[in-house]
Ligand binder design. Structure first.
Ligand SMILES: Cc1cc2nc3c(=O)[nH]c(=O)nc-3n(C[C@H](O)[C@H](O)[C@H](O)COP(=O)(O)OP(=O)(O)OC[C@H]3O[C@@H](n4cnc5c(N)ncnc54)[C@H](O)[C@@H]3O)c2cc1C
Length: 382
């Protein structure tokens, strides 16, 4: 296996590294800012990335991308993480919305939605989960009633990240009741400014209201906003989830390396890096982070061959989320009783936020089921 970059990839890496060095906002600029200011700071950062040609790198040129390879996309992601760059604000749009519109949208939809998504003029959110449909997405009940030239949408979604700032929601709705619950679903793009959309923030264990409940009361959605075919929303939803875990997985592979390095520094600073049990824990985290990185390379190779992210994304997300929780736990343990009362350079926040990692984008149990079926070839669980 050859992990070396080609000369042109090395050139691209150097160019990206230099650009990031000159442009990444300093961390202290974000100290103590509220959530709204954080959104605006990340929106401005996304615009800067777009203007420099570093967004949607692997998207086709005609849709605002750069037709770059996935390796170049990975190089840029790695460099951005190493440079401690903030995430662009439109993470859901970039990681899922754009790829879904490119795969299933009409030419009019591509022309309408992709550019403002890239420039962060329009933020996207993902309306999949409901109070009684999370892991079992096909149990969803939000109704889309056919009214000729539009649908009338009624129902409720929950845990909808970014809904409070989003312009568009990727909404999976039930148009018809069928014996197979995966049939009869319609995938709509809903304008969050439409009359009848109500967003109520939910606070996480960290105290931040990152996600929301979203209620739909007789919301009119023009039929021009169906993605894919009416009644065939399941296929579009699966494309969304494959991109969610694939895109996320690759970035996470690099993030795990960084966190494991930061943890070493944390142990040194606290004067605990000579303790045998601490060293063993740190070394184990580093080994696992490295394994995730190597599997990230494997995921890229597979995606370049097939054109779509495969089950490797589920492995990366599963392995990272569980490792990230263990690393955050080690960091807080190292601080002793102070770990419960002091943020300790952000570790306490990281510990609390990491609890959601094994739930969002598919719980660990669901990802293990996927790997059991799709990688190990075991029979379906249901
Ligand atoms: C931080 C965060 C952000 C999120 N953002 C979004 C978002 O933007 N949009 C969105 O639509 N959703 C979002 N979610 C919701 C997330 O997708 C769901 O929470 C997740 O799919 C689990 O669904 P649930 O909460 O209904 O739990 P349930 O599905 O009710 O699961 C409860 C427990 O049962 C287990 N379980 C369920 N089925 C099985 C099975 N077949 N085999 C074994 N175990 C099983 C689960 O693993 C879990 O431990 C977010 C969640 C979090 C934590």
């Amino acid at each position: 296996m050859d992990f070396d970059l080609t000369p042109s990839e090395r050139e691209f890496q150097a160019e990206a590294r230099a650009w990031l060095k000159a442009n990444v906002p300093r961390e202290e600029e974000s100290d103590g800012e509220g959530l709204a200011a954080g959104i605006e700071r990340r929106r401005a950062w996304q615009r800067k990335l777009y203007d420099a040609g570093y967004l949607g790198l692997a998207w086709p040129k005609e849709y605002g991308g750069r037709s770059a390879t996935l390796i170049e996309q990975m190089i840029f992601n790695n460099e951005a993480i190493l440079a401690r760059a903030p995430d662009p604000v439109n993470v859901i749009g970039l990681g899922m919305g754009g790829p879904v519109v490119i795969a299933h949208g009409t030419e009019e939809q591509k022309a309408r939605y992709l550019k403002p998504l890239l420039t962060a003029d329009e933020i996207w959110c993902q309306g999949f989960s409901e109070p009684n449909a999370g892991s079992d997405l096909s149990a969803l009940q939000t109704r889309a009633e056919d009214r000729g030239d539009h649908y009338l949408v009624n129902g409720q979604k929950v845990w909808t990240s970014l809904a409070h700032v989003a312009k568009w929601c990727m909404l999976v709705t039930r148009e018809r009741k069928e014996a197979n619950p995966r049939e009869g679903l319609t995938y709509l793009l809903v304008d969050m400014e439409s009359p009848g959309v109500e967003v109520r923030p939910l606070h996480q264990i960290t105290g931040d209201p990152e996600f929301n409940e979203v209620f739909f009361h007789d919301v009119k959605v023009p039929k021009s906003q169906i993605i894919g075919q009416p009644g065939h929303g399941w296929e579009v939803a699966i494309t969304t989830l494959m991109h969610e875990r694939g895109t996320l997985g690759l970035a996470l592979a690099t993030r795990a390396q960084i966190t494991s390095g930061e943890l070493l520094e944390h142990a040194r600073r606290l004067g605990r890096s000579r303790e045998r049990l601490v060293r063993q824990r740190l070394a184990q985290h580093w080994i696992e982070a490295k394994t995730i990185q190597l599997n990230g390379y494997r995921a890229i190779t597979a995606t370049m061959r097939t054109g779509v992210p495969g089950p490797e994304g589920s492995f990366l997300k599963l392995a990272w989320s569980e490792l990230n929780q263990r690393m955050a736990e080690t960091a807080v343990d190292l601080m002793g009783p102070m770990g419960q009362v002091e943020n300790g350079g952000g570790w306490q926040y990281a510990f609390l936020r990491s609890r959601g990692n094994t739930i969002e984008a598919g719980t660990s149990e669901i990802l293990r089921n996927i790997l059991a079926e799709r990688v190990l070839g075991l029979p379906r669980s249901r």
